[in-house]
Ligand binder design. Structure first.
Ligand code: SF4
Length: 224
């Protein structure tokens, strides 16, 4: 049976976060997420159902006028089988595939890692998200993602605890100490986080991890 996928929006813009900041991308936003982070600003209420072929054809309408295709959400790996079917079609065209993910579904990542060029994964700090603990899922996820280019994003909020940062650092050092860590301030609290971000960056440097402070530029610039 051919899988169908739920996609909330497709649009061309500039990446506003992380190491690919400023890259022109085609964004394919998948509907639905398995988490409920306190700081979430992605509220998806609608979607269109596509077959893999239909989504592929829609992507091809953009004529490759982008540096990479960002599969984002929500959480795209919630629809891993559908995504794998789409990626099989896209890979024949030689596009660069960028996967933006919350980093909690390693079994799903395993199914399609061979089609991915760049993994932009989160590590969800419990004190930032207000949710449960995902260390083991993140560890396994980073192991698999490290087969490709990977970087890690952590959202830093006023509620974030240093112990959580230190736990994430030891996880990263254990699995892939060359992975670059992005410290991303919660946009709603950006102005009060400057000192904390610098302190956390210093901790990373002392632990010999490369960390960058990068806010969400699309919000600052007022672009989509
Ligand atoms: S993982 Fe991302 S999309 Fe899902 S709830 Fe958290 S911030 Fe929102």
């Amino acid at each position: 049976m051919i899988s169908k996928g739920r996609v909330s929006e497709i649009f061309h813009s500039v990446q506003g976060e992380g190491l690919y900041l400023g890259e022109e991308q085609l964004f394919v936003r998948f509907f639905g997420c398995n988490l409920r982070c306190d700081f979430c600003d992605t509220h998806l209420n609608t979607f269109i159902e596509y077959s893999p072929q239909e989504l592929f054809e829609e992507i091809e309408l953009y004529n490759g006028a982008f540096g990479s295709i960002s599969f984002t959400g929500g959480e795209p790996l919630l629809q891993a089988e559908f995504l794998a079917d789409v990626l099989k079609l896209i890979n024949h065209e030689g596009h660069k595939i960028y996967l933006e993910t919350n980093g909690t579904l390693p079994g799903e990542l395993q199914k399609l890692i061979k089609y991915i060029s760049v993994v932009a994964m989160d590590i969800k700090l419990p004190s930032s998200t207000g949710m449960g603990i995902f260390w083991n899922f993140h560890r396994k996820f980073l192991e698999i993602a490290s087969q490709r280019e990977v970087f890690i994003k952590m959202i830093i909020c006023s509620m974030t605890q240093e112990d959580d940062l230190r736990q994430a650092i030891s996880l990263i050092k254990e699995v892939n100490k060359s992975a670059i860590l992005i410290l991303q301030p919660n946009s709603a609290e950006q102005d009060i986080l400057k000192d904390k971000l610098q302190e956390y960056k210093d901790i990373c440097r002392k632990e010999k991890l490369t960390a960058c402070i990068i806010p969400q530029m699309h919000k600052i610039m007022g672009i989509r």
